[in-house]
Write a protein that binds this ligand. Sequence first.
Ligand code: PGA
Length: 253
Amino acid sequence: MKKSFYVVANWKTYLSYRQSLELFLALQEKILSMHLCHHLIVCPPTSALAGIASIYTPSQNIHLGSQTCSAYEQGAHTGDVDAQSLKELNYAYSIVGHSERRKTYGETDEMIAQQAYQLVTHGLTPIICIGEPVRMNALADIYAILQHQLETVLTKITPLIRSKLFIAYEPAWAIGTDMLPNFSDIQEIFSFLQKMVSACISQHSCVFLYGGSVNVERLKSLKHISLVDGFLVGRASTDFTQLQELLENSDSE
Ligand code: PGA
């Protein structure tokens, strides 16, 4: 059966407010006219969350995601973006636990679990990013890190999950570097994650994303890894032509 891969476009802070809106408008027009069934989730810069929401035409092919979410309810939390507001703006997803936020802002597994909790209690789907911070040779060492990262979140949200669970494996050393893990390791890692997830949330299906230096050429190879359901794409997703090509190639042959 033909498989349609998810593409999560993480625009980070590569684009300004105006550039984000221009790219989104062009993309939305193109996708609606392509009549193809895509699973695209656009995660614009935080500055453009409301602007994008105001030009978004809800459709099955494009969904909105934020790049982070507050660990708290509304209140005295300077600079945060709360889950309730994301919901009001039509955001259905939010990335949590991205390695850049773990590294730059010191987000811990416990904080990430709290963010995911906020999202699911407001009916949004967290895209949980996990990954080892540096290159490691032994899969057992990688498993130990991933297990701790994921268990902390799952313990907090499992009873509340109502939709598919999204897990993005993104080795931090592969992000923005043009380096990739070898494909057999990715396959082994997803099968480890699948076993782990099915042990705690057997009644829910899980979407496994790979992220880290994905571009069109790499996507064409990565999509043959059987457990991969989609891709979290940073830099390449900020260019209209590249993103269009990513989408055109996001079906199985
Ligand atoms: P990259 O970023 O595609 O630019 O490597 C991926 C990510 O950080 O999610």
